[in-house]
Structures are given as structure tokens and as C-alpha cells.
Design a protein around this ligand. Sequence first.
Ligand code: CU
Length: 443
Amino acid sequence: MATEDDDKTATGTVSRRQVIAQTGVGVLSASLLSAIPQVAVAAPMPQATLTGALPKLPPHSVEVPNGVKLPWKKIAGAKVFHLVAQEVDHEFMPGLKAKCWGYNGHVHGPVIEAVEGDRVRIYVTNKLPAATTVHWHGALLPNGMDGVGGLTQKAILPGETYRYEFDLKQQGTLMYHSHHDEMTQMAMGLTGLFVIHPRVPHSRVDRDFALMLHEWKVEPGTERPDPNEMTDFNLLTMNGKAFPGTAPLVLERGQKVRIRLGNLSAMDHHPIHIHGHQFWITETDGGLIPPSARWPESTVLVPTGSTRTIEFVANADGDWPFHCHMTHHVMNQMGHGLPNMMGVEPMQLDAKAMPLLPGYMTMGQTGMAEMGHMHMPVPANSVSTVMAKGKHDLITMGGMFTVIKIRQGLKSYEDPGWYEAPKGTLSTYATAAELKRDGIVTG
Ligand SMILES: [Cu+2]
């Protein structure tokens, strides 16, 4: 069985643990559960002016936060890759692990990176307990290389290795995934991104990131994702990580940035939103959007089975959220069977329940953020709903969420820590003098 070796990065620390009981109450000792872009034209955007102190990235190089790229070697004119489908001990975030299925020891699989016009030869070895195939999602290729079990090829049995070989006739952000028992195998994690750079660059960027979006059901206390889940996903990830397990995207101010987003979630699209900036949507998995047809956005909808690529200039310092805007996708391990406790006055209920259930406490009556301040135990292999510690307080989001950290004068792309807001640029408690000056009556 493979283990991951590159899962060290986290933007927050696990400092508090708590849980939401299925009934909407927490019981300390009981079994608990689940709980317009700055540029005015579509393209091109201005180039960044950099100091030269930062690491130079090679051409045709995509960065994979929390992930890796698949190595290759050139043999007789072909780029040769080797994917190994296997069970992987995967950590979604500190405190939450599961036995998933991935490739080459990673969930999701390593990003395959190549250049338009390349001939690729990709060997796939099946070390899973079940038959599998690999489909090259979005690729223009011979039918027999399409990787659809039963239809275009025999399934790859456990222990077998198959060869896929084709010319890359396009550029863009594609994906790869199992196309055999799809429901089970993709829910277990058998997906990856396939980036094909154009032979002649159509727009130059300083940074080029690849993020795969996914959704999972991992019942607290269990060790495997549940592939039968259709609606109640409790773990939403970017590159296999749930915040605070996601690595920040660290940018030098002024850099031009591309982010490629792929989505192979079972059932959901993800509207991915950026703070403090605007971007252009430049590509789909069908290729480049002509500049005249692009439009500016701060949220891009990434349908399942699709990729979307955005480009923007990182022109404002700060710690900016970059996250799915479906609010249940930015919580960790929510139990969706919770009753609505909003507005409930719990005092009498608590008084009556205490003698029967020592430690009993009603929770959720003003929302979920309160959970973050309670020190509650959680079941084995589960995490709290709200738990990331930020600079100013708890961050009341998790899941499909990361932080874009923009600074000036970076020496490296390591996490620079939290942003220090310059004097006069931080929202703070309004003073009595300010309220009086502006005629604000607070009641
Ligand atoms: Cu989402």
C-alpha cells in the first residue's frame, strides 16, 4: 500500500475540537457523529514586473499545491509515463485520513504535463483489487485509446499493465479518470489533471496552478470513502485537501496568474470565488475561449466533468479567500441530518437534560460558528466543522477553501504567514465618537 509523502502543508492549526450531534445537541461523552478585471480588455493582460529575487519557473511548468506531477522520460520521440492505480493512505487534513484509491501513491493522481504536438505513451498498471481503465477526458484521440471499459477496450485486470499511446493534437486543461465502475472508482479518488501547454504560448503568465475539485463522504469513525453517497457529501476538497489542509497560493504582487480548475465530483458543480480581485475565464476543457468571447467574473462555475481556467493579475496585497461559494462545501464533516436549532432558547431544555445526561449542552441555536469555541471531543478519524485558527479569530470555513497570499518583496513561495493590514485598513470596533460623528444610532 502506498503512502503519501508530501502532505505537510497546512495554512492553519488544529487547536480546537468539537462536534455536532445528529440531534442538534452535543453530548460530551456520548457517541457522536457527524456530526472587471483591472484591465479593461479581455486579453492580453499586463505582464508582471518582478524583482528577479524569486525562483524562476521553467517554461511549460504548472504548479500543483498539495500535489505532484508525473515524471516522464523521452524514448524514441515519445514522452513515456507510468501510472499505477492503487490504494493510498490519504490525509485530507490534519486528523482525518482514509484509505482511498489513487495513482502513484497520491490522491488525486499526479498531474500529467505535456506540450501540444507531443506523442505520449502512458502505461497503466492496476494494483487495485478491482478491474479499472483510464479515460483521457477531453482528449482528441483514436477511439481505441479512449479508455472506456467494455466499449473501447477490455478492462485492465488487477496485476495487468496496459499501454495508451496517442498524439496530443490540442492544448488545454484536460483530466484523466477511471472509466470502469465509474461511480465507485471516482468516488474513491481515481482522478487527475492532464495539462497540455500550447506549442506557441497564447498568453504568458508568471504562475500557473492546477487544482482538482472533489467531493467525498467519509463517515466519522470509518476509514474508507462511501462511494454509494448521492447527496450528503461531508468532505469537499481542492487537490484532495480540505481547509485547513490546503496549501496557500503564495504570489508576488503584480504577478499574472493562471488557475486551472477541474471538477470530477460525483454530483455537484462548484462556483469558485475569488476575493479582492477579478478574473477572466480563458479556457474550458473544450479549449481556448476567443478573447472577444471572454467575460470578467469573480466567481467561475466549474460543472462536474469540466475544467475552467481563469487568469488575473494579483494586484492587491492580503490574504484573500479562494473557495467554493456553495456554503455547505466550505464546512468540514457536516451532518446534514441536523434539525434546525436556529433561535431555540436552550436554557430550560439543558436544565432538564442535565440530570439525565451529564455534560449535555444544546448546540447550534445561533449557527455553526459557536461550535468553534467549544472544546468537544470528536469520534476517531473525524474533524470538527469549524476549526481553522486565523490571525484574528477562528476561520468559520473549511472544505473547498484555500487562501491566496499576495505580498511584495517575497524571498520564496513558502507560506509567508498571516497578512498584516496597514494602519487604517482593518475593520475594527466602531468607537462612540465615530458613531456620534456620523449619526449612527445602534439602539
Ligand atoms: Cu462546491
